[in-house]
Design a protein around this ligand. Sequence first.
Ligand code: NAD
Length: 298
Amino acid sequence: MSRIAFIGLGNMGAPMAQNLIKAGHTLTVFDLSAAALAKLAESGATVASSANASVKDAEIVITMLPASKHVESLYLGDDGLLAHIPASALVIDSSTIAAQSAIKVAQAAQAKGLSMIDAPVSGGTGGAIAGTLTFIVGGPKADFDRAQPVLAAMGKNIFHAGDAGAGQTAKICNNMLLGILMAGTAEAIAMGVKSGLDPAVLSDIISKSSGRNWATELYNPYPGVMPNAPASKDYAGGFGTDLMLKDLGLAAEAALHTRSAIPLGELARNLYAMHSAAGSGPLDFSSIIQPLLKKSGS
Ligand code: NAD
């Protein structure tokens, strides 16, 4: 069992940290939100007074932050986290960030003699709670092997995608597809409902037909079809529209770097950008169905 510092206890980080405690690890945690810290203290974690204080005796450091800017500003700089992590510790960043950012931070860690991997996740808050996340790891194979027992307490499928940054690249390919599939699923269900179909019946039909996907099977965007999906909880929790918009922005950046055409990824990015601009940024991304459910005048 390891001494683990866990920083970033939001929709994903909190249940991931709780699963590590359940597996018998000793956790010291930090978040900017007092409410998030109180929740983890109740679960048995020690609350640190700062991010730097949390890593003092850590054998493993895990971060689960919103975006590249949070990860870079936490780790880098003269008084950044890297300056405080014990040399023997393994650093795991599970945030979804730009591959270039992941490489930059991993190189800075390496320059300080630290081992670091990028290990973004897939599986949503449901997967984080159930401990069934998919981890997509970039970094040296030896560090991947060392991380396995810890990642296995939070996830079921653990992949080594390649060198530093490769985990982020694979994750962004996945999330671009997820953004497209959720928008497409929302479009199909909204049209079905406007045509008089019962959303639950239509969703069941799609789930057992060729249009089935993760949204129809586990994360239905129509309220009431799946009691545990964010759609049935006023789109609270889950995966925020603004986080999906961030990921589609990362996909667009990757496409620019590689001269890839991503016509549907760009279309999805524009849809989520308009949805966010209309005030839905904090809502779960499946709320992309809301504008589609509005009735036209005719
Ligand atoms: P969230 O916004 O719910 O949580 C982020 C947490 O980080 C917050 O509690 C915030 O207070 C904390 N934080 C921010 N800056 C900090 C700092 N400097 N020090 C300490 N704490 C800080 O986000 P989330 O939904 O948990 O997502 C986290 C990451 O996981 C994102 O990169 C997201 O893209 C990715 N992700 C999310 C999901 C999902 O379904 N929510 C699924 C897969 C991947």
